[in-house]
Design a protein around this ligand. Structure first.
Ligand SMILES: Nc1nc2c(ncn2[C@@H]2O[C@H](COP(=O)(O)OP(=O)(O)O)[C@@H](O)[C@H]2O)c(=O)[nH]1
Ligand SMILES: [Mg+2]
Ligand SMILES: [Zn+2]
Length: 296
């Protein structure tokens, strides 16, 4: 007797995958024969078909087409990337945030910027970051994992979605995960000592939020290392350029030193954020430089 069902992979350990079924049960499944058949390895986040028989247990029989697939962390079907910066320590790395936004554009993921450590509400520092990104991403939220400031709005945005966190070390990613899951686990060094911390240092795992979404718990984060980027793709990832770039004299304008550039015009009128543009110039020029050297 076999039952057939649909589910989502939460984690994989060795050749065993934990699948959350549509009726909310966790079933450990094997993926025997699947690699050969589909030429692919199941990932956390994969939507799968499974078969369960009394004698042999659960099997993954099919992996549904992925919307996207990240390499490090190895997860599939991410809806939202939470790009976390701190309003306090450590000092924000906005170039990293900019590159992550470009990466989201390439992967079809919604970027949301989280300004954490706003313990008592907005600060001058958090407002300055907010202004740089308000037209660049789906949402900018000033929150505090510690005091709970702004967390209700974040929870509302994440309800039912699959999300991943990125950002410098110590900005509060683990603290945010704990707050979103309603856990009071210790963060920093201490969480690495827990059972969960130990095996997730090697494998990504989806955790279920109370709002019916999923968070990928991924301590080792380095997705940017593996992103080959064509220079022409970069300006397209800047949403604040979109209403102006069709008015540039040249199609394919990179908004660098071309004449009659509507983006640079908007910049000079203060409509486009100067700090974001200066970093854009650096990132675009680096990509152009990298291409010039590609065939050296
Ligand atoms: N003041 C304050 N500290 C925080 C907040 N969130 C995290 N921290 C602290 O920042 C440090 C790093 O947090 P952690 O979650 O481990 O950062 P991660 O490296 O990004 O996972 C810890 O000492 C946390 O207690 C916050 O909202 N406000
Ligand atoms: Mg952490
Ligand atoms: Zn232009």
């Amino acid at each position: 007797m076999q039952t057939i069902g649909e589910g989502k992979i939460l984690k994989g350990v060795g050749s065993f995958y934990t699948v959350l079924t549509e009726d909310g049960k966790s079933v450990v499944c094997k993926a025997r024969g699947l690699f050969r058949k589909l030429g692919t390895v199941p990932l956390p986040g994969d939507n799968v078909s499974i078969a369960i028989d009394k004698k042999n247990g659960g099997f993954i029989t099919d992996i549904h087409v992925r919307r996207n697939e990240l390499v490090r962390p190895a997860v599939a079907n991410i809806d939202i990337l939470l790009i976390v910066v701190s309003a306090g320590e450590p000092e924000p790395d906005p170039e990293l945030a900019d590159k992550l936004i470009i990466y989201c554009d390439k992967q079809g993921i919604e970027p949301v910027l989280i300004i954490n450590k706003c313990d008592g509400g907005e600060t001058e520092a958090s407002r300055s970051i907010f202004r740089q990104y308000e037209n660049a991403v789906d949402a900018v939220l000033e929150v505090s994992a510690e005091t709970g400031y702004g967390m209700e709005r974040l929870k509302a945005i994440l309800a039912g979605r699959t999300v991943c966190l990125a950002g410098q070390s110590a900005v509060g990613k683990s603290s945010l995960i704990n707050a979103l899951l309603g856990l009071s686990l210790e963060t920093g060094e201490l969480s690495a000592k827990t059972e969960r911390g130990r095996h997730t240092t090697r494998h990504a795992e989806l955790l279920i939020t109370p709002e019916g979404g999923f968070i990928a718990d991924t301590p080792g984060f380095s997705m940017l290392e593996s992103v080959p980027m064509e220079p022409e793709e970069i300006p397209k990832a800047y949403r604040e350029f979109a209403e102006f770039s069709p008015k540039c004299r040249f199609t394919g304008c990179m908004h660098l030193s071309e004449p009659d550039c509507a983006v640079k015009q908007a910049l000079s009128e203060g409509v486009i954020n100067r700090e974001r543009y200066e970093r854009y110039k650096k990132i675009a020029n680096e990509a152009l430089e990298a291409r010039r050297h590609k065939y050296d």
